[in-house]
Ligand binder design. Structure first.
Ligand SMILES: [Ca+2]
Ligand SMILES: [Ca+2]
Ligand SMILES: [Ca+2]
Ligand SMILES: [Ca+2]
Length: 232
């Protein structure tokens, strides 16, 4: 068997040699379209065989070790577990409480990082299912102090870039309060992200606001460098 397999591989290897000349045919063919198509049709076998070997097996993602119980749920297309609080907290206290929910040896947690619009929508739908329409939820997005504009520099608590201007935000947001209580423009009035409970959209809000909050258990720790950028 072993010899036979080796022989097959050797034979297969030899058979690839002529096919490496195929691109020359494709480039020089007078009937461009058809000769290119012929080249593509003839090459996939060789490409698959030669490319398959160095590609490692896809890593097996272990199931996340997350807490469970009332308030915990999952959404489509995510391995994460989420927790919807029923208590109202300031943003920083909410983040502290999310991290404290991590079990010993379990996956890291933080305020929810809804970094795809699908996640924003799915979490908002969950809000509605939970009959808490109208309540806003803190999520794990913040804006470091003294940015150039209300939509500039937003970060997720796990370190990646947050939403700039665009469809994730509610109409007219982020507005840094729009001058309602302080000066218009970016003046650090609203540097923390919340998810409106009555729609799939985000708002920037003052840290001292009391909101419910959404935690996410995804195993991604909060980088120290990112934590240092949370406005005080
Ligand atoms: Ca997430
Ligand atoms: Ca302002
Ligand atoms: Ca702001
Ligand atoms: Ca706002």
């Amino acid at each position: 068997m072993r010899m036979g397999l080796a022989g097959l591989l050797l034979a297969a290897g030899c058979s690839f040699a002529p096919s490496s000349a195929a691109p020359i045919d494709a480039g020089g063919g007078g009937g461009g379209g058809s000769s290119h198509a012929a080249g593509e049709a003839g090459e996939p076998d060789a490409r698959e065989a030669s490319d398959a070997a160095p590609v490692p097996d896809a890593p097996v993602t272990p199931a996340l070790s997350c807490p469970s119980g009332p308030g915990w749920f999952q959404i489509a297309d995510s391995e994460s577990w989420y927790f919807a609080s029923t208590s109202f907290r300031t943003w920083r206290t909410a983040e502290t409480e999310c991290e404290a929910l991590q079990t010993a040896g379990g996956a890291a947690m933080h305020l929810a990082v809804a970094d795809t619009l699908v996640e924003v929508v799915d979490l908002a739908v969950r809000d509605q299912d939970n009959n808490v329409l109208g309540n806003s939820y803190w999520i794990g997005m913040f804006q470091p102090t003294d940015q150039a504009a209300p939509d500039a520099g937003w970060l997720w608590i796990t370190g990646s870039a947050g939403y700039g201007s665009g469809s994730a935000w509610s109409s007219g947001e982020p507005n840094d309060d729009g001058g309602l209580f302080s000066q218009a423009g970016e003046s650090n009035d609203e540097n923390f992200g919340e998810l409106y409970g009555d729609g799939a959209s985000l708002n920037d809000e003052a840290e001292t606001n009391f909101d419910r909050y959404l935690c996410e258990c995804d195993g991604v720790p909060v980088p120290a460098a990112t934590r240092a950028l949370i406005p005080h």
